[in-house]
Ligand binder design. Structure first.
Ligand code: UTP
Ligand code: MN
Length: 490
């Protein structure tokens, strides 16, 4: 969950000490923490409460005016607000505390003090909201402008406190600067505040967060008067198979996927692929390859040194995993590169692939106070932490993933099978980020007169394809210094 920019209400520290924790003296009264139990569980919440209090933090059992930080784990900002509205009668327009992710909590525990929510984060979030809205209005120019502005703020090595701090910084347009100025002056930006209250924005954000639902479909449903997922579920709409799965596993699919989960999935896939092609190589790509700790899905490339050996692999692997009950949904397609005529205009590649939903056995949550991951607990689980979940079956419960005491999690996984000769290009294309790929392809076209995609690089001047065995060679063909994955987040 991203930080949602909200005005923080600073309370008199002395007042905040009233009626406080029995454990340890409160050292940081100005920050009042409320831990949201949903998806965290009561025992973990108690554990974290005790830990924080021992370190001198003020943790409130109930949501109240003196809470400055609402900490939740694996909930979206919208879900938290909805929950607080229902359980505590707190109106979202009057909500003053900062909504923060568990990472703020663990980092603060690690630092031994509540960490400042930097302006930079607030500004970044505001610009992201404006970018999202531009995307929902299908205004690509604005989307790119706000996304670039947000990503340039993210890359600044210092906190921004005044407009002068942004002198000479590229990629900040007038509109973005105006937004930043407003937030630096008054803490919020009117345009952004109005947007997060806006019904169309809220509804389209919700609908497009369903797997298989794009802006056009979401907008159509909105215009038909639909507003909530339950209204969608109860409606007569003829969903695609993908949307059906998206609704069925919605509650799980909006949760971030962790690096630990991605590694577990890699093990499952390796086991499955090696049954059919023992020396095939499976590579974790997408955001995780760029060093991200969380993702919305997990992306893998599968290849084999002897080109041709990978043919027909994907359907065998998916069939086997489906029979094992590991696959909840799949959309598997064959390689169609040979049919690819108008190469220039295509955005999507033509590799054999599968867009799937995995049924991942849940691990024991064992987050250490320092924020270390639960590697320790993995070893104690059966088969390296993964118990293959039982058969998926064809249950038609509309909220399968909301079921109580469910011991598995639905996770989106993309598998792409790549002929070895195109592997470097596929790796570059699937590592992202989307913005980076976009900029790189544009650079190739305008400055190099070359056409870059996930299959190849075509040099228009020499009228030939340029071969590459590594990403380094591709950057060299483009006349660029190598950019490592960690630096491709822009
Ligand atoms: P993702 O959408 O998975 O993004 O695409 P991500 O960077 O991993 O971030 P998460 O998943 O939201 O955390 C990864 C890369 O794969 C390319 C995209 O262009 C992006 O660069 N991609 C994705 C394709 O080439 N084709 C697709 O069908 C999907
Ligand atoms: Mn991804």
């Amino acid at each position: 969950m991203a930080l949602v920019p909200r005005k923080k209400k600073r309370k008199d520290p002395a007042l905040s000490l009233v009626g406080d924790s029995p454990v340890g003296a409160v050292k940081f009264g100005e920050a009042g923490i409320f831990l949201v139990e949903r998806r965290m569980g009561s025992s973990r919440r108690s554990f974290l409460t005790e830990l924080a209090r021992k370190k001198g933090f003020r943790v409130e059992e109930q949501m109240s005016e003196s809470v400055t930080h609402v900490v939740s784990e694996n909930n979206s900002g919208d879900e938290v607000l909805e929950l607080l509205e229902k359980q505590n009668g707190i109106c979202r327009t009057e909500f003053k505390a900062a909504l923060v992710d568990i990472t703020w909590f663990t980092e603060s525990m690690g630092a031994g003090k509540p960490l400042q929510l930097e302006n930079r984060h607030r500004l970044q979030d505001a610009l992201k909201i404006l970018a999202e809205n531009a995307e929902l209005s299908e205004n690509e120019g604005r989307y790119l402008a706000f996304t670039r502005a947000s990503s340039v703020l993210k890359s600044l090595p210092y906190n921004v406190t005044k407009m002068d701090d942004l002198k000479g910084i590229p990629n900040l347009g007038d509109h973005s600067r105006k937004v930043i100025e407003e937030i630096l002056e008054g803490g919020t930006c009117n345009e952004v505040q109005n947007l997060i209250q806006n019904e169309r924005y809220q509804t389209l954000m919700k609908f497009t967060s369903i797997f298989g639902v794009g802006v056009k479909t979401a907008d159509k449903w909105f215009r038909e008067g639909l507003r909530t997922l339950n209204e969608l579920r109860a409606s007569k709409i003829k969903f695609t198979k993908q949307q059906e799965a998206g609704l069925l596993y919605y509650e799980d699919l909006i949760l971030p996927v962790t690096k630990v989960e991605a590694d577990l999935i890699q093990q499952i896939i390796e086991e499955a692929v090696h049954r059919f092609l023992p020396s095939a190589v499976i590579t974790l790509t997408g955001g995780f390859r760029r060093g991200k700790e969380y993702g919305h899905d997990v992306d893998f490339l599968i290849t084999h040194r002897e080109e041709g050996r990978e043919e027909g692999l994907i359907s065998k692997v998916i069939s086997w995993m489906t029979a094992q009950g590991i696959i909840l949904y799949d959309d598997t397609m064959d390689n169609s590169y040979h049919k690819w005529k108008n190469k220039e205009s295509e955005i999507f590649d033509r590799f054999a692939k599968c867009f799937s939903i995995f049924k991942l056995q849940k691990m024991v949550h064992n987050l250490e106070p320092s924020g270390t991951c639960s590697h320790g607990s993995l070893a104690t689980n059966e088969t390296r932490g993964i118990r293959l979940a039982g058969h998926a079956g064809s249950s038609q419960h509309l909220t399968a993933s909301a079921a109580k005491d469910k011991d598995w999690k639905a996770v989106r996984v993309d598998l792409v099978v790549v002929p070895f000769g195109q592997y470097a290009y596929a790796l570059l294309g699937w590592t992202g980020s989307r913005l980076f790929e976009r900029d790189l392809r544009r650079y190739a076209k305008h400055f190099g007169h070359m056409m870059l995609n996930s299959h190849s690089l075509f040099d228009n001047k020499q009228n030939k394809f340029l071969l590459a065995a590594t990403e380094e060679e591709i950057f060299a063909h483009l006349g660029l210094d190598y950019i490592p994955p960690q630096e491709r987040n822009a």
